[in-house]
Design a protein around this ligand. Structure first.
Ligand code: GLU
Length: 268
């Protein structure tokens, strides 16, 4: 009886152990999976001009160009990329569920996010800013106390503004499109976000302006699943970003998508 039980234990352990090993092997390295598939799947914004936006039926922007450059680096062809729309509230879950290989979506590096995703080297620097209608009596972040301000939910801007203007009355929206529309409809006197994203809005609406003050220094980076299988992919992306920076390509992209003459916005 005892021998039988021992045998049962050994057989069960062998099953469990080989099962685990197989499971670990099944979870393929992401870079190998991308190469095998022949396509890079990237989560990007569709409503954040000039980073990821649709105009004349074409998805375009700074982040879209970065994604094409990553496909070129990884697969040797910049067209081998498929885009999946994400927003600030769903991008991490779309990454961690495996729907996308990486996120390139105006995503700021911060310690809380670093607990759940891995970030690449920074590829773009931004600062938090405030957009108003020209002629409005708002001059500084302190003037926002007691006023209605539009934010996009799940963004760093939402968190920062509560700190700088604790009595602000926030109106949150899931997408930039909804947030901008609310601002156009005068649902609030100001909107806060990254200067880079607000600049995209001001490009099309010269009746608005961005206040000169910046109350954060942030950086956008590519996000990966936080797991060992991301290491090779992250190394390739980091090497690509370092090279793009060294060769001046990141600056070139900035001059294409953020032409200095087009806004009253100042990139620090
Ligand atoms: N960069 C900010 C963030 O990551 C705002 C832009 C965005 O929602 O992607 O929260």
């Amino acid at each position: 009886m005892c021998k039988k039980f021992l045998l049962f234990l050994i057989i069960t352990s062998v099953f469990v152990l080989t099962g685990c090993t197989k499971k670990q092997q099944e979870k393929e390295d992401t870079l190998s999976a991308i190469k095998k598939r022949g396509e890079l799947v990237v989560g990007v914004k569709y409503d954040s001009k000039p980073f990821g936006f649709v105009e004349n039926g074409k998805l375009q922007g700074y982040d879209i160009d970065i994604a094409h450059l990553m496909a070129k680096r990884i697969l040797g062809n910049e067209r081998l990329v498929r885009f999946v729309e994400v927003n600030a509230s769903n991008r991490i879950s779309k990454l961690n569920s495996g729907e996308v290989d990486m996120i390139i979506a105006t995503m700021t590096i911060n310690p809380k996010r670093m607990e759940v995703v891995d970030f690449s080297l920074p590829y773009y620097y931004v600062g938090q800013a405030i957009m108003i209608r020209k002629g409005t009596a708002i001059k500084t972040v302190g003037d926002l106390n007691g006023r209605r301000v539009i934010i996009v939910l799940g963004t760093t801007g939402e968190k920062n503004i509560r700190y700088f203007a604790p009595e602000v009355m926030l109106q949150g929206y899931k997408t930039y499109q909804d947030a901008f529309n609310a601002f156009l409809d005068r649902k609030a006197e100001a909107m806060t976000s990254d200067d880079s994203i607000l600049a995209g809005f001001v490009m099309d609406h010269p009746e608005f302006m961005i206040l000169p003050q910046r109350y954060s220094q942030d950086a956008y980076a590519v996000a990966f699943r936080k797991e060992p299988q991301s290491a090779a992919l992250k190394a390739q992306v980091n090497a690509a970003i370092a090279e793009l920076r060294r060769k001046g390509h990141l600056n070139h992209l900035k001059s294409i998508w953020m032409p200095a003459a087009s806004t009253n916005f100042k990139q620090s």
